[in-house]
Design a protein around this ligand. Structure first.
Ligand SMILES: [Zn+2]
Length: 150
């Protein structure tokens, strides 16, 4: 029986070569299975930007009401929405919530989310809007109801 060497037929699969023995490795491989040498991290995902988690969180907490953190994180469209609604005070609340979310995020999570925006390979992460818009809408409705009742 001919032993088929398991060659991934996916041509998009990226390879690199062990710098020690030349064995072909998957791009993501950290250790060469042949010689056991840890690979130098030359193929680490390149940060497309260098946004700082703490800065973003502070922007959200202190200036979230005018969408400062959104502009900082490259989501200018969201920032404009915050600006438009800043007179309601709601973006301030949303900003505080988002600031806390940012603070609770790990650095790598943050990097993945906000510093590798141009990375094409994240198929599993369907752009989820999360619960923040829902909270936002709920608060808007609450305000409207309060306004109607008063
Ligand atoms: Zn090797």
């Amino acid at each position: 029986m001919r032993q088929m060497k398991k060659e991934p037929d996916n041509l998009n699969q990226a390879y690199k070569y062990c710098f020690k023995c030349g064995n072909r490795l998957f791009e993501e491989a950290e250790i060469c299975p042949k010689c056991g040498v840890r690979q130098q991290n030359t193929t680490a995902p390149v940060k497309t930007s260098n946004r700082n988690k703490l800065t973003a969180a502070l922007f959200a907490l202190l200036l979230g009401g005018i969408g400062a953190h959104k502009f900082y994180l490259g989501k200018a469209g969201d920032g404009v929405v915050y600006l438009l609604f800043c007179w309601t005070g709601i973006p301030f609340i949303a900003g505080i919530i988002e600031g806390l979310v940012l603070l609770s995020m790990s650095e790598s999570e943050f990097d993945q989310k906000y510093n590798q925006l141009d990375q094409p390979k994240q198929p599993k992460q369907k752009k989820s809007s999360g619960i923040l818009p829902i909270i936002f809408v709920a608060i808007v409705f609450a305000f409207i109801i309060i306004a109607l009742l008063s």
